[in-house]
Design a protein around this ligand. Structure first.
Ligand SMILES: NC(=O)c1ccc[n+]([C@@H]2O[C@H](COP(=O)([O-])OP(=O)(O)OC[C@H]3O[C@@H](n4cnc5c(N)ncnc54)[C@H](O)[C@@H]3O)[C@@H](O)[C@H]2O)c1
Ligand SMILES: O=C(O)CC[C@H](O)C(=O)O
Length: 333
């Protein structure tokens, strides 16, 4: 049996935590022969609820779950961890702009970046979920300079899954029949959900480009793209809470593919540090199409970018530059 993995989930008493922890502890992410110790961090007023989550995890009787450490102390939570899933942050409520979150949440990620630097294993893999996810991830990485920047990523898999879901609905197939969609840029309404390289295997067994399978460019430009861009806001408007079940599923997908690798004939979207690929400013935390193997991601190269796509990719990059500048200012206050 493999060595026990220490997996930290922050904001573990929150709604994403509640949908996520069972899957991690049950082996759905790191494998059915991988023992797990969960480190669960939340703020002091949430410790009572967190204790209840621990009771429920015990009641699940999970053979892989070796221990559950509940704490409000970063020094305890980040000690010797192999994986960090940084969820804990304030979610946007109806009527709030994403920018309202930035100053409050970015300070959490400065503190947790420092905690990663001081307490975590240098090989730790970090997934940032709390919004604004790209910028929080950049800040966490900045404050953990001895951990390779490649070990940090942010969640855009939910947008990726949303895009696959919309194409599947439109073409009458399942999401498994839709491959090579891409989310470029920020996990926000400026993101560019891109179907130009996507493929769909139809019920007949024939594989076509998504554009040929859909045969409706107007739908792609004027329905598909805004629906995916604004899906998070639509869920907040309907539930009065931000997405949680689908977010937890996407976190599991992201971590599992990072750990075990992506399928040969597909790729996934991850927010990662830009190396300048596709003309995206080096050092920006931007969502790209990536393939994973040996627990390492690589940006898919060589995709053709036309003027229309370039414009959308630049717009979301520009938002990330502004967020980064605001975040750095907030961190220095
Ligand atoms: N990237 C994505 O795709 C995506 C999707 C959905 C939600 N989100 C974001 O995830 C975050 C969490 O969402 P949620 O619905 O679980 O929110 P929630 O309010 O239900 O839970 C957040 C939890 O974080 C805790 N918390 C706050 N500050 C903390 C800190 N400094 N350290 C540790 N814990 C802290 C809170 O006490 C709470 O228990 C939000 O920022 C939300 O916008 C991101
Ligand atoms: O706050 C938002 O706009 C979105 C919340 C969450 O990130 C989602 O995508 O569902």
């Amino acid at each position: 049996m493999a060595e026990t993995l220490r997996v930290l989930v922050t904001g573990a008493a929150g709604q994403i935590g509640y949908s996520l922890l069972y899957s991690i502890a049950n082996g759905d992410v790191f494998g059915k022969d991988q023992p797990i110790i969960l480190h669960l961090l939340d703020i002091t007023p949430a410790l009572g609820a967190l204790g209840g989550v621990k009771l429920e995890l015990e009641d699940c009787s999970l053979p892989l779950l070796r221990d559950v450490v509940c704490t409000d102390q970063e020094a305890v939570a980040f000690k010797d961890i192999d994986i960090a899933v940084l969820v804990g942050a304030m979610p946007r409520k109806e009527g709030m702009e994403r920018k309202d979150l930035l100053a409050a949440n970015v300070r959490i990620f400065k503190s947790q970046g420092t905690a990663l630097e001081t307490h975590a294993k240098k090989t730790v893999k970090v997934l940032v979920v709390g919004n604004p996810a790209n910028t929080n991830c950049l800040i966490a990485s900045k404050y953990a300079p001895s951990i390779p920047a490649e070990n940090f990523s942010c969640l855009t898999r939910l947008d990726h899954n949303r895009a696959k879901g919309q194409v599947a609905l439109k073409t009458g197939v399942t999401a498994a029949q839709v491959r090579k969609v891409t989310i470029w840029g920020n996990h926000s309404s400026t993101q560019f959900p891109d179907l130009r390289h996507a493929e769909v295997t139809l019920a007949t067994g024939e594989t076509k480009s998504a554009y040929d399978a859909i045969q409706d460019e107007n739908w792609i430009k004027n329905t598909f793209i805004p629906v995916v861009q604004k899906r998070g806001a639509a869920i907040i408007a309907a539930r009065k809470l931000s997405s949680a079940m689908s977010a937890a599923k996407a976190i599991c997908d992201h971590l599992r593919d990072w750990w075990f690798g992506t399928p040969e004939n597909d790729w996934v979207s991850m927010g990662v540090i830009s190396d300048g690929s596709y003309g995206v400013e080096k050092g920006l935390l931007y969502s790209f199409p990536v393939k994973c193997s040996n627990k390492t991601w690589t940006i898919v190269q060589g995709l053709e970018i036309n003027d229309w796509a370039r414009d959308l990719m630049n717009k979301t990059a520009q938002e990330l530059v502004e967020e980064r500048n605001d975040a750095l200012e907030a961190c220095n206050k």
